[in-house]
Design a protein. Structure first.
Length: 132
């Protein structure tokens, strides 16, 4: 009976050692799982942030394209207005033969006929207040 009892004690000790080892492995695996889950959560957060930045960039690109389209349209409109205004102007050959032109040239004083003597500085308000 002593031998049986020793065998039972040894078996219990082996089972106890195996249980402790499995418990430590289980604990280590739980720790690793928690770390992996935390990294996964961080990665998911970065993905969401990247998606938000991508959506913001797309919205900015759309807005920029809208501005470009508007500027192209305004430029075409301005070009059309300038071309229309130029078409309404008499040609130089028409002016050269007109008596009004000859009279205007003869009556022009030195200031009117010469180059401008004053400089005019251009500011941003000159452009922001323009009808274009």
């Amino acid at each position: 009976m002593d031998d049986d009892l020793k065998l039972i004690v040894e078996g219990v000790e082996r089972l106890l050692g195996l249980t402790r080892r499995l418990s430590h492995e289980n604990s280590a695996l739980r720790d690793r799982l928690a770390q992996v889950q935390a990294r996964c959560d961080e990665a998911q957060t970065r993905v969401i942030e990247a998606q938000v930045r991508a959506e913001e960039a797309q919205a900015l690109a759309n807005e920029t394209q809208s501005h470009i389209d508007r500027l192209k349209r305004r430029s075409a409109e301005a070009r059309a207005r300038v071309e229309a205004a130029l078409e309404r102007l008499p040609s130089l050959s028409e002016l050269a033969v007109s008596p009004e032109f000859d009279e205007a040239i003869q009556n022009a004083g030195p200031h009117e006929a010469g180059p401008p003597t004053e400089l005019h500085s251009v500011t941003s308000s000159d452009f922001t207040n323009s009808p274009l």
